[in-house]
Every structure is written in C-alpha cells, then in structure tokens.
Ligand binder design. Structure first.
Ligand code: TYD
Length: 213
C-alpha cells in the first residue's frame, strides 16, 4: 500500500511488431532489475489478468469487427490497469509490460482505422495516471520478424497478414517514437538477444540512473 513517503514505481513498456523479441527482452529486463534490488511486476497485454486472458483468447480466435476489437482490447486494459498496474505502481513496484497503449494506437488506430480522437479519449479514460515512463520500441525489418515467428511456430492470424501490413506496423511504432522522443527509445532488435538486451539495459539505466556496467 502507498504510504505518505512511498515513492511511486516506474513503468516500462515494450512495443514492436511480431517476432521482435519483446517477451524475451521483457523477461531479461526484469531479471536485471531484480538483480539491482528492484521489486518488479512483469505483465503483458492482451492478458495480464484472468479477464484479460479470456479476452485475448476471444480476440485471437474470432475475428471481431474493428470497433469490437478496439473495445475488447480497451476493456482488457481497463481491468489490467485497475487490478494490477496502478496498485503495483502506487505500492512502489516497477512494472514491465509486454505491449500496452502504443499497440492500440498502431493496430487499431493506424491499421484498423479507429478514429484518433475516440482512441485518445478511451485511452485517457482507461489508462488515467498509469502512463509509461519509458517505452522501448523493438524495431526490426518485418521479414526478419516474420521469419522468427514462423520458426517458433507462433503464427497467429496477425502473423498471417501480408508483409505490407507488417511494414505499416513498423512505421506506426517509429512514428510514435518520433512524436514522443522523451518517452520512447528505439532499439535495433534485428540482432541477437544478448546484443538487444545490452541496449535495452543501457536505455533503462540511463533513464533511471542505474548502473550501466
Ligand atoms: P500475441 O500473440 O499475444 O502477441 P505478440 O507475441 O506479438 O506480442 O498477440 C497479440 C496480438 O494483439 C498482436 O498481434 C498485437 C495485437 N494487439 C492489438 O492489436 N492491440 C492491442 O492493444 C494489443 C495490446 C495487442
């Protein structure tokens, strides 16, 4: 619980296209933060709560309309923020989340065409004060991401989309990084996991004044 002297925790999100290695990097980042003595919650979207996991199954297994999909992702996020993310941050914990609001901006906004004003209104309502302090955008050419996803047998309906679609996803995330450079850091994710983890840690350490070695 948050006491009068309890510092609020920091919130880091990882974003990127399919096969960009977000889940691996999120796990490695949490290990490193824990080694530095931080108390960290690792979570993901869509999912992160029992309701969120059920919504994730619905979205991935049926083909909801763009409006329904946007509202389902937003509902999952509302539950996630209220039941996990905000309480953790208020309690002084760090939170690392694999995908968050930028995924909605790119997939539902840029690609599915949900109105930008509506998207921001719902985002503000759902997220409230749970805004990321740092967003790591794991960037790589779509061909590389798709090849990785195929190799690990992780093709879902999104992965089956055309290459142009993946290119638009990449451009969407890079555009966010350009618009919000103080929040976002772009990481070259086309390299091996160790090299990417090194850059992830440099970005986190410099942002939060942690040891870089
Ligand atoms: P998942 O298999 O969990 O993704 P990945 O391993 O790529 O992170 O599937 C999640 C899919 O949901 C992914 O294609 C991105 C999409 N998505 C949205 O469209 N909007 C959102 O707000 C979120 C969080 C995810």
């Amino acid at each position: 619980m948050q006491g009068p002297n309890m510092a609020r925790g920091f919130f880091i999100t990882l974003e990127g296209g399919e096969g960009s290695g977000k889940s691996t990097q999120a796990r490695l980042l949490v290990e490193r933060l824990c080694a530095e003595g931080r108390d960290v919650l690792l979570t993901r979207e869509p999912g992160g709560t029992p309701l969120g996991e059920r919504i994730r199954e619905i979205i991935l297994s049926s083909r909801p309309s763009a409006d329904a999909e946007f509202l389902l992702f937003s509902a999952a996020r509302a539950e996630h923020v209220a039941s996990k993310i905000s309480p953790a941050l208020a309690g002084g914990r760090w939170v690392v989340c694999d995908r968050y609001l930028d995924s909605t901006r790119v997939y539902q906004g840029d690609l599915a065409g949900i109105d930008a004003g509506l998207l921001r209104t719902v985002e503000q309502h759902v997220v409230r004060t749970a805004r990321p302090n740092l967003t790591l955008i794991l960037d790589l050419p779509p061909e590389t991401g798709r090849a990785r996803a195929t190799a690990r047998g992780a093709l879902n309906r999104y992965d089956a989309e055309q290459m142009a679609y993946h290119e638009r996803i990449r451009e969407g995330f890079l555009a966010i990084a350009t618009t919000e450079p103080q929040r976002c850091t772009v990481i070259d994710a086309s390299r091996d996991a160790e090299a990417v983890a090194h850059d992830v840690w440099q970005a986190v350490a410099s942002r939060f004044a942690l040891p870089t070695g």
